[in-house]
Design a protein around this ligand. Sequence first.
Ligand SMILES: Cc1cc2nc3c(=O)[nH]c(=O)nc-3n(C[C@H](O)[C@H](O)[C@H](O)COP(=O)(O)O)c2cc1C
Length: 208
Amino acid sequence: MDVFDAIHRRRAVRRYLPHQIGRDDVYRILDAANWAPSAMNRQQWEFLVVTGERVREMGENFHAIAREYIQGRDSPEAPGSSPIADEELLRFALTYGGAPVVIVVLTDAADAPNMRKANLESASAAMENLLLAATALGLGTCWMTGPLQDERALRTCLRIPDDKGIVAVTPLGFPDEVPPVKPRHGPGPRAERAVGGVTSGPAGICEA
Ligand SMILES: Cc1cc2nc3c(=O)[nH]c(=O)nc-3n(C[C@H](O)[C@H](O)[C@H](O)COP(=O)(O)O)c2cc1C
C-alpha cells in the first residue's frame, strides 16, 4: 500500500475483533512512528503499549469520562454534529472498542519551555506515522484525546510520571467495522483570503 492509499484508507475505528496482534507488527508500527521528523531530531516521544488488565482499567476510566460528558450536556447533540452517537461512545469507551492493544504516546514535559510546543508537534507527527503504518498493515486505530479529560486517572493507571506529557491514545487492532468516509475539504481553489498576491486554501494550497 503506498502512502496515498494509507492516507485515504485510514479511518477512526471504534470496533475491533478480539484477535491478537503479532509482536513484529507492533514493532514495525512503532519503528514507523520513530521515523517521524522531530525538532532537532530529539525524538522526544515514548510509546506505552498497553494490553490486558490495564486496558480494562483504562476503559473504566474512559467510560466514566464519556458518561459525565453525555450527562453534563445541556441539550442532546444535534444529529450529525458529533462523529459518534452517545450509545456508541459509551460502548466504545468501556473497552476501547474491544481492541487488544492500546498505545499511549508521551512526550517530554520537563524540557525547556521553548521546546514544549516543538515536542508536542514532533510527537503528533510520530502519532500520524503510527496510524498510517497500522493502516498499511490492515490494522485499525483511532487518534483519541478524550481519555485525557481525566489525566490523573490515566497517569495513575499507567504509572506515568509528571515529567511526561500525554499526547494521545489509540486503540490498535483488527477492525470489526468499516467506518463511513467523513467528508473532507478538497484541495481545489476554495480561496478564502488573498494576502499580497498569495492565496491560501484550507488544504494548504498556496499560489503566488
Ligand atoms: C486530536 C484528535 C483527537 C481525537 N479525539 C477523539 C476521541 O477522543 N474520541 C474519538 O472517538 N475520536 C477522536 N478523534 C477522531 C476523530 O473524531 C476522527 O478522526 C474524525 O471524526 C474524522 O474521522 P476519520 O478519522 O475516520 O476520517 C480524534 C482525532 C484527533 C485528530
